[in-house]
Design a protein around this ligand. Structure first.
Ligand SMILES: Cc1cc2nc3c(=O)[nH]c(=O)nc-3n(C[C@H](O)[C@H](O)[C@H](O)COP(=O)(O)OP(=O)(O)OC[C@H]3O[C@@H](n4cnc5c(N)ncnc54)[C@H](O)[C@@H]3O)c2cc1C
Length: 459
């Protein structure tokens, strides 16, 4: 199978269009054209004085936030776009499982915010967002306050360790620091890599939390690549996957065949393994499907919307820890000037799938959709309804390099509900592996413009 043409062309044209932006060669001051005021200071000082241009503040410079910023500069060039992220650089979770086992260089997954801001014409501040006052339209950061006309929140996810440990902070900290999962925090990827490379053999446990979780197929990809690493380096290790779900999903057959055909002696898959108790001190997990002792583990606490969604008061009483938005416009309910995009959003449909997959591809598409909507509002036009699509490549083998793929399309059914079509590509192929890199390069091109270094596979 080849990369879906519609998706591919859509991504290609958007990337080319961003690269061709008249404003893209501009320097970081962007549309407002103002000099930077003093940056060091107290949270209550004004971080950036207002100019005449309408201002869009994007909180969270991950996949959704950076796509929204790039597309806003293209679609609404007179708007001032400000991106705030707590991290000094961007590190990509997509492709990071390959980095764990040295199939790709870390520098290819790391991107420079300042260079991208300079190339694409948005402003960047490395700061912690501490408060969001939607009535006053003001964001309070560790560097100062920012007023806005439009707010885009792209906060990603956070772990809900309380579901496992209640108020026991010591146990939560032990689980997080000794056996991190690197799903909510990029800093944890290095800890997993170091643990893997120091691992001399024994039992390695990984759990999947209850849905919805960030990037559902990627823990299985990680298991395959760690098993490949054990096999290649002749490490007597064994991986047990404790899955909350009753079966592998998505791409269930493809993964099942990979586990059976490639990693029979290395991987055991356990379904319905609802976590009952985690003991990070004695290295044990008790589940509905049995108890498991481990030498090392990747312990993944349940996921919920990132802190920013909570700070902004967007998480509803009945949205199970996710941001309550209009499922088509992504506007926060009751606030037409604020949007939440990416992994943080609540269910979008009453149909059984309920949630969009929490993926970088969906975050990118929602970033585009929200940029389009703000641009249309600024132009005094009513935006049309647009829906995302999704596409994920998952690498399952290193010798030879092979990957699987899953695609999702969305449309409205006759009752106006968002409906999902899913297509699994269960046959692992080298072509899908190569397409993973093409996908990543198009995405990075859209988010970082010509500031993006090309990601290439290592031999
Ligand atoms: C191992 C792994 C593999 C994956 N593989 C794929 C894949 O192959 N394909 C795919 O499509 N998806 C993949 N994903 C999922 C993808 O990474 C996420 O879906 C995507 O990052 C979601 O984008 P987002 O914008 O919602 O959140 P993020 O990209 O997490 O961005 C959120 C940003 O907000 C910032 N932030 C949060 N709070 C604050 C604050 N208070 N102040 C300042 N900044 C703040 C964070 O620093 C972060 O940069 C993978 C994920 C993992 C963990």
């Amino acid at each position: 199978m080849t990369l879906d043409r519609r998706h591919f062309i859509g991504t290609l044209s958007a990337t080319a269009a961003v690269a061709a932006l008249p404003g893209c060669a501009a320097t970081a001051p962007g549309a407002g054209g103002m000099a930077h005021p003093l940056l060091i200071g107290k949270a209550r000082q004004v971080l950036l004085a207002r100019g005449k241009a309408p201002r869009v503040v994007v909180c969270g410079g991950g996949w959704g936030g950076l796509t929204a910023a790039a597309n806003l500069r293209q679609l609404a060039p007179r708007a001032e776009v400000v991106v705030i992220d707590r991290n000094p650089v961007f590190f990509s979770s997509p492709l990071s499982n390959m980095w764990l086992v040295d199939m790709v260089d870390g520098e290819h997954l790391t991107h420079d915010y300042l260079r991208a801001a300079d190339k694409l014409g948005w402003r960047f501040f490395q700061a912690e967002v501490r408060q969001i006052d939607r009535d006053r339209r003001q964001v309070v950061t560790s560097l100062g306050t920012l007023d806005y006309d439009w707010l885009v929140l792209a906060p990603g996810i956070r772990y809900n360790y309380e579901a496992w440990f209640g108020n026991d902070r010591q146990a939560a900290d032990a689980a997080r620091t000794r056996f991190p999962s690197a799903y909510a925090s990029n800093a944890e990827h290095l800890a997993i890599k170091r643990a893997l490379h120091a691992f001399k053999g024994g039992e390695w446990v990984m759990n999947l939390p209850p849905p919805p979780q960030r990037c559902p197929p990627s823990p299985y990809e990680r298991a395959c690549l760690i098993a490949w690493h054990f096999k290649t380096h002749k490490i007597k290790g064994h991986i047990t996957i404790l899955d909350h779900k009753p079966a592998i999903a998505p791409i269930g057959l493809g993964y099942k065949l990979a586990f059976e055909e490639l990693y029979k002696d290395y991987v055991t898959y356990v379904p319905n393994a609802h976590v009952r108790e985690v003991d990070p001190f004695n290295r044990r997990v008790r589940t509905a499907a049995g108890d498991h002792a481990f030498d090392h583990a990747i312990l993944m606490a349940p996921h919920q919307a990132g802190d920013l969604a909570w700070l902004a008061g967007t998480v509803g009483q009945d949205t199970s820890g996710w941001a309550d938005v209009d499922p088509v416009t992504m506007q926060v309910k009751g606030d037409a000037r604020s949007f939440v995009i990416g992994d943080a959003i609540a269910a979008v449909s009453p149909l059984p799938f309920r949630y969009y997959p929490k993926s970088a591809h969906i975050a990118n598409r929602l970033g585009r959709i929200v940029a389009y909507q703000i641009a249309e509002h600024l132009a005094g036009r009513a935006p049309e309804r647009r829906l995302p699509d999704n596409l994920c490549y998952m690498v399952v083998n290193g010798t030879p390099r092979e990957a699987l793929n899953v695609q999702f399309d969305y449309g409205f059914d006759e009752q106006g509900r968002i409906a999902q079509k899913q297509l699994d590509f269960n046959e692992r192929t080298p072509a899908l592996y190569r397409e993973d890199f093409r996908w990543a390069n198009f995405m990075f091109g859209e988010m970082f413009g010509s500031a993006a270094p090309e990601v290439t596979p290592k031999a």
